[in-house]
Design a protein around this ligand. Structure first.
Ligand SMILES: NC(=O)c1ccc[n+]([C@@H]2O[C@H](COP(=O)([O-])OP(=O)(O)OC[C@H]3O[C@@H](n4cnc5c(N)ncnc54)[C@H](OP(=O)(O)O)[C@@H]3O)[C@@H](O)[C@H]2O)c1
Length: 304
């Protein structure tokens, strides 16, 4: 094994251009950790929000910043106390600094990659599907309920729509015109084009917002009294929720212990994913620029 490896890092906040390809000494996994030989990394909006400094007030970066959370690859080495993984096993999950040839992960943050799930598909799952899982769970989506997923074509939204359908809800999904057919393909009962004006839905039981901003703010009024608004992208306003007679919750990514179940759902084709575009490691800056555009279909990946 080479004693060095290539990784993307950034030494200051800034635009995509601060991402640099560096050659670094290979780390040794500590207690409870494994070293993953990375095949693909997923590009999540939080990666560029951390890089830009947008989150520095509440989630400051310790420099050098090491972008990337989603990972797929194989176990290269295990640290002390790790008994559930061995060298060569194919895995996917969460590993900080995954835009790299190798990344350290907590052993418990990985799941075995099902044979039927290719490495690229596996890297598109962790953050998006775990967040969607938690959104549907905290909204307590039930059979027969009328649910709207805002941003249904995105890396979180596409899973939220499908997980709500698995609970036999009636699900509408909002997207741009370009993604309407894709949202139908995901199984939406209604695919709503937000460019056509206000969405033609009201008195909903649940809105799962994955867009934030004005879309999140506009979602309160689409609910019936007693309805639930959940979002990983918008901060709820208790007074506004009370005035509308609804519950609004901020929801974070679910526990990595759900990764195995998500992998099985994808292997069994009960849930599908979508890869927007794959960039080579050296072009991580281009991947960030595309993600920052805020529009697209599914997850952007980095091939290592
Ligand atoms: N708190 C957490 O733990 C957590 C975890 C994961 C994600 N997040 C946050 O959740 C948000 C979504 O993440 P993501 O990975 O899904 O992002 P993404 O893959 O970039 O998807 C964003 C989607 O938003 C859609 N969109 C943009 N404007 C819209 C509008 N007006 N109405 C409906 N859809 C619209 C886009 O679709 P079109 O191309 O069709 O416009 C795009 O598919 C981000 O802000 C991210 O930071 C938070």
């Amino acid at each position: 094994m080479s004693k060095t490896f290539k990784a993307i890092e950034f030494d200051s906040y800034g635009g995509p251009e601060v991402l640099k390809l560096k050659t670094l000494p290979l780390p040794t996994p500590g207690a409870g950790e494994v070293l993953v030989k990375v095949r693909f990394a997923g590009v999540n909006p939080i990666d560029w929000k951390l890089r830009s400094g947008a989150y520095q007030a509440f989630m400051p970066v310790t420099f050098p910043g090491k972008p990337g959370i989603d990972v797929s690859g194989t176990i290269e080495a295990v640290g002390p106390g790790v008994t559930d993984w061995k060298k060569g096993q194919a895995v996917f999950g969460v590993a900080r600094g995954s835009y790299a040839q190798y990344a350290l992960a907590r052993a418990s943050d990985l799941a075995a990659k099902p044979d039927k799930v290719p490495f690229d598909v596996a890297a598109s799952l962790p953050v998006g599907a775990l967040t969607a899982w938690q959104l549907v769970e905290e909204a307590d989506v039930k059979a027969g309920q009328r649910v709207l997923v805002q941003g249904a074509a995105g890396g979180v939204g596409l899973f939220a729509l499908q997980f709500a359908k698995l609970r036999v809800a009636h699900v509408a999904g909002s997207s741009s015109t370009a993604n309407v057919e894709f949202v139908k393909h995901l199984g939406a009962d209604e695919a709503l084009d937000y460019s056509q004006g206000p969405l033609p839905v009201k008195d909903l039981d649940v809105v799962i917002d994955t867009v934030g901003g004005a879309v999140f703010e506009g979602s309160y009024a689409l609910l019936k009294k007693g309805g639930v608004l959940v979002s990983p992208a918008g901060q709820p306003n208790a007074e506004k929720a009370q005035a509308q007679g609804v519950t609004a919750k901020y929801v974070s990514r679910g526990a990595t212990s759900f990764l195995a179940t998500i992998g099985e759902l994808v292997a069994d084709r009960k849930v599908v994913t979508e890869i927007q575009k794959i960039f080579p490691l050296k072009d991580a800056a281009q991947a960030h620029a595309l993600s920052q555009g805020g529009h697209g279909r599914g997850r952007i990946l980095i091939r290592v």
